[in-house]
Ligand binder design. Structure first.
Ligand code: NDP
Ligand code: DXP
Ligand code: MN
Length: 360
């Protein structure tokens, strides 16, 4: 039986790479649903090529598509917290959720986790796929810490004062990965790594004190697990999202030849260095909101989404992105338990608060 796959965000970087994997493995996978944000022309071409009847435009339609279409796995490759509804719908419908849209887990927190059966969420984010692979080497009680690798982004090595005038074009020049504009900008601010620390905490139930970040500019070691006996298991492969995507589509089974292996006939130079938290405070700020829990991670993410859009519109400088997130988080007061309604209200509040600061 072929695995029936719904791809949300099929016109984006994750979505098109997922279609590459499926096209190369037609006896293993079948596309049964596709969704995009607004790129109707590409969506229609993809639907014709993969003979898919069920398509959707926008997040609400994507959520409905997930409810309507019988599938084995839903790959959520939408950008932003707007992916929350489709994530909840996939879990409620009992689908395996191959999760690239980290924002929905981070924002939804316990709302998402409480709907997920063990193993129902399979991480597609490269670091979390690496950790999931490494965790197969030991039991939960044998894990001492998780170590997430970060490329450091295009501004690695700069001090805070050297970041004031960087341009959107420079921020989009990621040194190792070719991704959509939001996650690429988040890599430059290190907000992406902050989000990924929260994602790791939620996926693997490891407390923040035992989740570290190390800068590894080559993006070949995708993350590591340190075990209680002093052993560290790392997952390494050339940077290519098709590998974690393929694992997400049929976890824990591997798809042959989905990516090129490391070429050991040429010299390899893998380096690791500590993160400069004073130039890039986003990881510490994310740990703070992660520990606070409730609506705080949603507020962090919403403020970031507003600030990133303002940066690309030329309205603010690069440093104002994380400065704005920090000020919005500091002003936030959690009100009651986490529900869909309180989450939505907190996000609305955070977007308005961020916009007000950004307009100054
Ligand atoms: N790209 C990568 O290598 C990696 C990405 N991720 C994560 O995966 C997710 C997707 O990233 P990426 O593929 O790079 O992003 P892209 O910007 O390349 O693609 C985003 C996709 O989401 C769709 N979309 C955007 N807005 C909406 C909306 N409001 N409703 C419904 N669909 C929408 C877009 O449609 P349209 O084309 O019509 O705008 C597009 O299909 C993000 O959460 C990112 O952090 C994680 C690890 C690696
Ligand atoms: C490919 C992937 O998983 C991205 O999320 C990646 O992590 C971005 O690179 P950074 O390490 O620069 O954030
Ligand atoms: Mn990642």
């Amino acid at each position: 039986m072929r695995r029936r796959v719904v791809i949300l965000g099929s016109t984006g970087s994750i979505g098109t790479q997922a279609l590459d994997v499926i096209k190369a493995n037609p006896t293993r996978f079948e596309v049964v649903g596709l969704s995009a944000g607004s790129n109707r022309a590409l969506l229609e071409r993809q639907a014709a090529e993969f003979e898919v009847d069920a398509t959707a435009l926008g997040a609400d339609e994507a959520e409905q598509l997930v409810r309507d279409v019988d599938a084995d796995v839903v790959l959520n490759g939408i950008t932003g917290s707007v992916g929350l509804g489709p994530t909840l719908a996939a879990l409620s419908a009992g689908r395996t959720l191959a999760l690239a849209n980290k924002e929905s887990l981070i924002v939804g927190g316990d709302l998402v986790k409480s709907l997920a059966a063990p193993g129902q969420i399979v991480p597609v984010d490269s670091e979390h796929s690496a950790i999931a692979q490494a965790l197969r080497s030991g039991t939960a009680g044998e894990v001492r810490r998780l170590v997430l690798t970060a490329s450091g982004g295009p501004f690695r090595g700069r001090r805070r004062g050297q970041l004031a005038d960087v341009t959107p074009a420079q921020a989009l020049a990621h040194p190792t990965w070719n991704m959509g504009p939001v996650v690429t900008t988040n890599s430059a601010t290190l907000v992406n790594k902050g989000l990924e620390v929260i994602e790791a905490h939620l996926l693997f139930d490891v407390d923040y004190e035992r989740i570290d970040v190390v800068v590894h500019p080559q993006s070949v070691v995708h993350s590591m697990v340190e075990f209680i006996d002093g052993s560290t298991i790392a997952q390494a492969s050339p940077p290519d999202m098709r590998l974690p995507i393929s694992l997400g589509l049929d976890w824990p089974n591997r798809v042959a030849a989905v990516g090129a292996p490391i070429d050991w006939t040429v010299p390899q130079n893998w380096t690791f260095e500590p993160l400069d938290d004073s130039a890039f405070p986003a990881v510490n700020l994310a740990k703070h909101v992660g520990r606070a829990g409730g609506t705080y991670p949603a507020v962090f993410n919403a403020a970031n989404e507003q600030a990133v859009a303002a940066f690309h519109a030329g309205a603010i400088g690069f440093l104002a992105i994380v400065d704005t997130i920090q000020r919005v988080v500091e002003a936030h007061e959690q009100d009651g338990p986490l529900t869909r309604e309180s989450l939505s209200a907190a996000e609305d509040w955070a977007r308005a608060a961020a916009d007000k600061l950004l307009a100054r």
